[in-house]
Design a protein around this ligand. Structure first.
Ligand SMILES: [Zn+2]
Length: 153
């Protein structure tokens, strides 16, 4: 069988043999024909034209049902994951609105809520000052109880 014509293109017999899957070529002829089909658009167009008329393979099992099942499951998962978060947010908001009327929310402790060290020290000195004043007053009351006349003699 003649694979190439005189003008360098594949012969019609070779293209038909390739399209029908006939094993009429040597290894070198098959490589040359494949190489020619890789760069020659007219031969590739003739080859694909012959392939169009060939019957298409039908799969043994149709995957249409399993694909539609997967699409349905994926849609269900997407919708549930999307609306579950929204439903949880609505439920939380309604719980807070209706059930949390008596609840008091504690705000986080701010720095000004805690007395500073200087405020603590001033409070301690005031306490200490009160104690000292009290002690001094007690001492003065104690010494006021003595009369100078008591020390004479
Ligand atoms: Zn060609």
């Amino acid at each position: 069988m003649e694979v190439f014509l005189a003008d360098g293109h594949l012969s019609t017999q070779a293209i038909e043999a390739l399209a029908n899957g006939q094993d009429a070529f040597t290894e070198l002829e098959r490589l040359e024909a494949a190489e020619h089909l890789a760069f020659c658009n007219s031969c590739l167009q003739r080859y694909t034209g012959l392939l169009e008329s060939a019957p298409l393979l039908v799969p043994e099992r149709s995957c249409q049902k399993s694909i539609w099942t997967r699409i349905g499951m994926k849609t269900f998962q997407t919708l549930t994951s999307r609306y579950t978060a929204a439903a949880a947010a609505v439920a939380l908001a309604l719980t807070i609105l209706w059930g949390g009327e008596g609840a008091a929310f504690a705000r986080p402790a701010l720095p000004e809520d805690h007395p500073s060290v200087s405020q603590k020290l001033s409070g301690m000195t005031e306490d200490l000052g009160d104690s000292l004043r009290h002690a001094v007053a007690g001492w003065s009351d104690f010494f006021d109880g003595f009369r100078p006349s008591q020390f004479k003699e």
